[in-house]
Design a protein around this ligand. Structure first.
Ligand SMILES: [Zn+2]
Length: 286
């Protein structure tokens, strides 16, 4: 298989992609996509600014954000970080001016393609509780959740800051709130990274030898933000905190031996952050 040229990968959502990391197998499970209206998503940017990154825009002038989850397999264990949007679709005129069309539905097929049944997932970890991250987790929770054997991890701050009301009551006895630095799965720790939501969490997987895979969640939504962490994001609940979090995240991610998984990054969801002058650039994995 020939790898697709980068120009194509910036304007489409990622297909199923696997990255092997020591004993861990990491798989991006596609669910769907959401279009981001660049001047709505990044308030303050103009159409002229957007013309400067036309290579990131689809035929309708939107950034393409992948939606999905990250499957982490380790020995006989399986962790799923975020669960997509679920089987529904909204046309652009039914979403929000900062968005275009929004839809999911592919995650279960992706999981099957990866060879894992929903009941084999022992841990579901959320970066935060927005719709495009919890979609499949709460489906049918009255009859018993799809991820029938899973406990549900989120940051203690997200749980206390509204999560208790957002997660169906039938699942509350499965919820495992975790604090900064706490291990939630073998080798995987939660890292508080507030700004997009008050209790947003990144996750850090440390393999043998100290190499790391860092899950960005919605610290960033587009590879453009690697060079521009200062751009405000319409849906960040606290813009100043989000900019500080992004900036610190990038500085840490530029440490040698670190791979980043940024699940909204079109078809460049796995990559490395490279220091460049005073800033950073995104180097997608092939
Ligand atoms: Zn999101």
């Amino acid at each position: 298989m020939h790898p697709a040229p980068i120009a194509q990968r910036l304007t489409r959502p990622s297909p199923l992609r696997t990255h092997t990391f020591g004993e861990y197998r990491l798989t991006h499970l596609p669910d769907g996509l959401v279009q981001l209206n660049p001047t709505g998503w990044f308030p303050g940017l103009t159409a002229a600014d957007a013309a400067g990154f036309a290579d990131h825009l689809d035929a309708e002038g939107c950034l393409v954000a992948a939606i999905g989850g990250l499957l982490v397999r380790y020995r006989d264990r399986a962790l799923l970080i975020d669960t997509g949007y679920g089987p529904r679709r909204l046309a652009a005129d039914r979403t929000h001016p900062a968005l275009g069309a929004l839809g999911g539905g592919g995650l279960l097929d992706s999981l099957a393609e990866a060879g894992v049944a929903p009941g084999e997932i022992d841990t579901v970890a959320f970066t935060h509780l927005h719709d495009d991250h919890v979609g499949w987790a709460f489906l049918g929770s009255e009859r018993g959740p799809l991820f029938s054997a899973a406990s549900f991890v989120l940051s203690t701050a997200e749980w206390r800051g509204g999560g208790y009301g957002q997660i169906p009551a039938a699942l509350h006895d499965r919820v495992r709130p975790a604090g900064d630095g706490q291990e939630v799965f073998p080798g995987v720790t939660l890292r508080e990274s507030p700004g997009h939501t008050g209790g947003h969490a990144a996750y850090v997987l440390t393999g043998d030898g100290g190499d790391r895979l860092v899950v960005a969640g919605d610290v960033m939504h587009s590879p453009l933000q690697v060079a521009h962490p200062e751009w405000p994001v319409f849906f960040d609940s606290d813009a100043d905190t989000a900019v500080r979090t992004r900036t610190a995240f990038l500085r840490d991610a530029a440490t040698p031996g670190t791979v980043v998984y940024a699940g909204h990054f079109a078809d460049v969801v796995f990559g490395r952050v490279r220091a460049d002058g005073g800033g950073h650039l995104w180097d997608p994995l092939p």
